[in-house]
Design a protein around this ligand. Structure first.
Ligand code: SDX
Length: 434
C-alpha cells in the first residue's frame, strides 16, 4: 500500500483483490477506509480494544502519543493551561475558535445563568444513602436531568442542542458539589452569579451557612487549570461511549450519564482515585520496590495506577503541568513535606529508570499527580473522578455535537468474530444429560 501518495491499498481475499482507499487528515496518521470491506469480501476487520481503529473523523482534539503532544482545536494544552481559563477552553472546544472578549463575556454570562438545578433535584438526592459513592450519584442525577429539561432533549433542533450543552457545562459543578455535600451531611449551597465558574464550585463545596466562605484565588486558579487539562482527550473510552450512545439518538443528558459511568472505571478516570489509594498503601518510599515488583509480575493483576496510557508512549503532557500545579497548591497551603508527594516522586524516579517501564514506555499519566493536589485542596478521594467528569463534560458534549452534526452520521453497530456453538437443535429437558 502506497499510503503516502494516498493511492488505494489492496486486500486480496480468496484470490479476489479489493482496493482499500487511504484517507489523510490534516496532521497525524492516515487511515485505511475499510467501510466497504464486508460488502466486498464478506470479512470483518478484528481489533478488540480498538488499538488500530479510527472510529470517526474529528476536528476537536489531536494527540501525538510518541511526541507527548495534546492540542485542543490546534492550540497546545501547555499554552491554554498557562494563559487561558476553563470557560474559554469550553468555548474553544464547542465553537472551534478562541472567543473574542465580547464572546467570552456572553458565554460566561450564559453558563452562569444555567448553574442552578431544578429544586426538585434536591429531593432526588434524598433517595441515596449518605455513603453512596459520589460517582453513583452523578450517573443517576445527570441521567435524571432528562426528566427535568424536556425543552432541550430534541437532538434534531440546533437550538435545543446548544441549550442542553450549556446546561450540562453549567450544572455539572452544582450537581458535583451537591453530591459532595450530601456525602458529608451538610446543606446544599446554591451557586452565586457573582463568582466565576471554578470559584463558584469551590464555594458550593466548602461553604457552610454558619460563616462566609472566602475562595482562595490561588486554589481556584489551580483547579481551573486542572479542569482545562481534563477537558477533552480525543476518542478515549468515555468519549467513545458518549458518541455510541448519541448515535442512537439518545438525549444528551443520558449520553453524558453513560460517559460518566464509563469514566468511573479504574483503568480510565477512576485511576486518580486508585492512584492516591495506591500511594497511601505504599506509604513510604522504602516500600516502593515491592510494588514495582508486583506491577511487573505477570501473575499479579496489580498495576501502577497513574502509569501507562493507550496513546502516550512518552510523558503525558498533562502530567507535567499537573506536577507543577501540585507544587503550587502545596506551597500555597504551606504543606512542606507531603509524604504522598515524596512517595510519588520517588516512585516516578524508580519507574522511569526501570527496564520494564522503559521498554513498555510506561510514563506517569494525568491521574498520577491529580489526587495529591485534590486531596490537599480538601476533596475526599471519592470525589476525584467526579471532578474529572465535571471537566470532561465539555469534551463529551463537543464530541457529541460534532457526531450529531456530521451529515454522514449513523448508529454505531460493530460486528464480531463468533466462536460459539454452530446451529444445533433444541433438546427436551427429559433427554438432557448433565
Ligand atoms: C485515562 O484514553 C485516554 O485518553 C484516557 C485518559 C483521558 O484523558 O481520557 O487519558 C484518562 O484514563 C488515563 C489512564 C488512567 N489509567 C491508569 O492509570 C490505570 C493504569 N494503567 C493501565 O491500566 C494501562 O496503562 C492503560 C489502561 C491506561 C492502558 O492500557 P493499554 O493501552 O491497553 O495497554 P496494555 O494494558 O496493553 O499494557 C501494555 C503493557 C502490558 O504488558 P504486556 O501484556 O505487554 O506484557 O504494559 C503493561 C501491561 O501489563 N502495563 C502496565 C501498566 N500499564 C500497562 N504494567 C504495570 N503498570 C501499569 N500501569
Amino acid at each position: 500500500m502506497d499510503a503516502k501518495s494516498g493511492t488505494a491499498g489492496t486486500i486480496t481475499v480468496d484470490g479476489k483483490s479489493v482496493d482499500m482507499p487511504v484517507k489523510g487528515g490534516s496532521i497525524g496518521p492516515q487511515v485505511v477506509d475499510i467501510s466497504k470491506l464486508y460488502a466486498q469480501t464478506g470479512m470483518f476487520t478484528y481489533d478488540p480494544g480498538f488499538t488500530s481503529t479510527a472510529a470517526c473523523e474529528s476536528k476537536i482534539t489531536y494527540i501525538d502519543g510518541d511526541e507527548g503532544i495534546l492540542l485542543y482545536r490546534g492550540y497546545p494544552i501547555e499554552q491554554l493551561a498557562e494563559q487561558g481559563d476553563f470557560l474559554e477552553t469550553c468555548y474553544l472546544l464547542l465553537y472551534g475558535e478562541l472567543p473574542t472578549a465580547a464572546q467570552k463575556a456572553d458565554f460566561d454570562y450564559r453558563v452562569t445563568r444555567h448553574t442552578m438545578v431544578h429544586d426538585q433535584m434536591h429531593r432526588f438526592f434524598q433517595g441515596f444513602r449518605r455513603d453512596a459513592h459520589p460517582m453513583a450519584v452523578m450517573v443517576a442525577s445527570v441521567g435524571a436531568l432528562s426528566a427535568f429539561y424536556h425543552d432541550s432533549t430534541d437532538i434534531s433542533d440546533p437550538q435545543q442542542r446548544m441549550i442542553a450543552s450549556m446546561r450540562m457545562i453549567a450544572k455539572m459543578p452544582t450537581l458535583a458539589a451537591m453530591a459532595y455535600k450530601y456525602s458529608v451531611g451538610q446543606p446544599f449551597v446554591y451557586p452565586k452569579n457573582d463568582l466565576d465558574y471554578t470559584a463558584n464550585f469551590l464555594r458550593m463545596c466548602f461553604a457552610v451557612p454558619c460563616e462566609e466562605y472566602k475562595v482562595n484565588p490561588v486554589l481556584a486558579r489551580a483547579l481551573d487549570r486542572i479542569f482545562i487539562l481534563h477537558a477533552d482527550h480525543e476518542q478515549n473510552a468515555s468519549t467513545s461511549t458518549v458518541r455510541l450512545a448519541g448515535s442512537s439518538g439518545a438525549n444528551p443528558f443520558a449520553c453524558i450519564a453513560a460517559g460518566i459511568a464509563c469514566l468511573w472505571g479504574p483503568a480510565h478516570g477512576g485511576a486518580n482515585e486508585a492512584a492516591l489509594k495506591m500511594l497511601e498503601e505504599i506509604g513510604t518510599p522504602d516500600r516502593i520496590p515491592q510494588f514495582i515488583a508486583r506491577a511487573k509480575d505477570k501473575n499479579d493483576p496489580f498495576r501502577l495506577m497513574g502509569f501507562g496510557h493507550r496513546v502516550y508512549k512518552n510523558y503525558d503532557p498533562r502530567a507535567k503541568i499537573m506536577q507543577k500545579t501540585t507544587h503550587d497548591v502545596l506551597a500555597e497551603l504551606g504543606i512542606k513535606d507531603d509524604p504522598l508527594l515524596d512517595v510519588a516522586l520517588e516512585l516516578e524516579r524508580i519507574a522511569l529508570s526501570d527496564e520494564y517501564f522503559v521498554e513498555k514506555k510506561l510514563y506517569p499519566n494525568i491521574d498520577f499527580y491529580s489526587g495529591i493536589t485534590l486531596k490537599a485542596m480538601g476533596f475526599p478521594t471519592s470525589m476525584f473522578t467526579v471532578l474529572f467528569a465535571l471537566a470532561r463534560t465539555v469534551g463529551w458534549i463537543a464530541q457529541w455535537k460534532e457526531m450529531i452534526e456530521d451529515p454522514s452520521q449513523k448508529i454505531g453497530r460493530p460486528r464480531q468474530l463468533y466462536t460459539g456453538e454452530p446451529k444445533r437443535d433444541y433438546i427436551p429437558v427429559a433427554q438432557r444429560r448433565a
